[in-house]
Every structure is written in structure tokens, then in C-alpha cells.
Design a binder for this molecule. Structure first.
Ligand code: 13P
Length: 253
């Protein structure tokens, strides 16, 4: 079953407006011919509008790094789905481990955000992943299955089919340590089995599951050629145009 790959750059809290515009412009030139898979970049909120203007009409889509689950109101510092839609955002990263661990987002909050994003027509990039401690205790499978189940709680199969999952083992993020392609592929398969039991075989085999965590220009080919890895969510390497473009132009085997 051929799932269309998505290569996404999470810029995190990096790049001011001028730098973000420059990076987006360079990226366009480096990935012009790519048609076989999708590309997304997620700059900070303050850069979204400007980057939206630059990538409009290209093969690069715009993503946000977070969103609130309410429509509007007294939520100082927050941004709503409608605000993102109004400037051309298509994807929203939700439940990133940095949101979970540094900003205290729970599975319940993430579930509300996923529901709101789907209701509004944004594509949620729903992040899951275990800590090193959990992995060493042999709990990685349980942790990701639990996060998957709670994040998708109360969401119908039709709605959940709009979600993209990103498996990002926390110990691999920004550390230079990557899950081996075999390990990543196997945990993606485990996630797919959980999706099968939550929904159906067809649903599970259609779900796009990205890998994130120190993906770079050197390891991308191996990771992206694995059967169950449907793309990447890239942090550090997405900030350097040559590296990100090399990942996007990965060599198919
Ligand atoms: P790095 O690619 O820097 O490890 O970050 C991964 C990530 O957290 C993407 O969301």
C-alpha cells in the first residue's frame, strides 16, 4: 500500500522574520522538482504570515507548531485554529514532546487540540514518543500505544483518517542519537497494530507515520526507505537548507 510521504521541518524557536524568509526562499529553489511526496515547514507564529507569502503556489506547505483548542477568548498568549487558517496554514504540530515535558501538555489537552484541528480542517501532526528511561525499562511500546489511544480518544475513524502521526523518541531529539531504521520501523508497525485495534485494518494501513529525532542528511535514506516510515519530522537539520533539501531529495531504494 503506497502512502505518500511527508517531509516536515519543525523550526522550533529559531529564526527571526528575515532569517525565516531567507530560509524559505532558498528552500523553494532547492526542492522545486519534488512531486512524489509532500513538504511542510513549521516556522514560529511570528514568521508564519511572511513565510506564507513566500511559499504560496509552491510545493511547500505551511505548518504551525502549536494551537489552542478553544475558538477564541481570554487565553493570553495562545493562537486559535481560525487564526492559523486565515493566513494559509495547513498543518499543525500537536503534542510535541517539548510541549508535553516543558509546558505540561497532557494527553487530554492534546486530544482536545486534535479534535479542534480536525473540526477546523487543519491537518494535525500528532507527536508521540517515549523517554530514555521508559525505553530502557522496556516500556516504549506501551507508552506510544497509550499516547496514541488517548490522543485519538472519541475521534471517529473518518476524522482520525485526517491525522498524521509522528513518532519521536524523546532520547533521539536534538541528541544526534537516532533510532536505528529497524527499530523505528518496528515501533511504527506496533503503532499501526494499535491503530488496527482502535479502528480497522484499512485505517491502519493508510495512516501516515513520520519518524522524528536526529534525522539528518546522512541517515535519511535508510530511514525513509523503511516500509513503515512515511516521512520525517525534522528539527535541527531543517534549519540548514542544504541538509533539509538533501533529506527531501532522499534516494529511493
Ligand atoms: P531534531 O531533528 O533536532 O532531533 O528534532 C526532532 C524534532 O523534535 C522534530 O519535531
Amino acid at each position: 500500500m503506497a502512502r505518500r510521504k511527508l517531509i516536515a521541518g519543525n523550526w522550533k524557536m529559531n529564526k527571526n522574520v528575515d532569517e525565516a524568509k531567507a530560509l524559505a526562499k532558498e528552500l523553494i529553489n532547492n526542492v522545486k522538482g519534488v512531486e512524489t511526496h509532500d513538504i511542510m515547514i513549521a516556522p514560529t507564529f511570528v514568521c508564519l504570515s511572511e513565510v506564507a507569502n513566500i511559499i504560496k503556489g509552491t510545493n511547500i506547505s505551511l505548518g504551525a507548531q502549536n494551537m489552542h483548542f478553544e475558538d477564541s477568548g481570554a487565553y493570553t498568549g495562545e493562537v486559535s485554529a481560525d487564526m492559523l487558517l486565515s493566513i494559509g496554514v495547513e498543518y499543525v504540530i500537536l503534542g510535541h514532546s517539548e510541549r508535553r515535558t516543558i509546558f505540561g501538555e497532557t494527553d487530554e489537552i492534546i486530544n482536545k487540540k486534535i479534535k479542534k484541528a480536525i473540526e477546523k480542517g487543519l491537518i494535525p501532526v500528532f507527536c508521540i514518543g517515549e523517554t530514555l528511561e521508559e525505553r530502557e525499562a522496556g516500556k516504549a511500546d506501551d507508552v506510544v500505544n497509550n499516547q496514541t489511544t488517548k490522543g485519538l480518544a472519541g475521534i471517529s475513524e473518518a476524522d482520525a483518517s485526517k491525522v498524521v502521526i509522528a513518532y519521536e523518541p524523546i532520547w533521539a531529539i536534538g541528541t544526534g542519537k537516532t533510532a536505528t531504521p529497524e527499530d523505528a520501523d518496528s515501533i511504527h508497525n506496533i503503532i499501526r497494530n494499535t491503530l488496527k485495534s482502535l479502528y480497522s485494518d484499512a485505517f491502519a494501513s493508510n495512516m501516515k507515520i513520520l519518524y522524528g529525532g536526529s534525522m539528518n542528511e546522512n541517515n535519511a535514506d535508510e530511514l525513509l526507505n523503511k516500509e513503515n516510515i512515511d516521512g520525517g519530522l525534522i528539527g535541527g537539520a531543517a534549519l540548514v537548507v542544504d541538509k533539509f533539501a538533501r533529506i527531501i531529495n532522499y534516494v529511493k531504494k
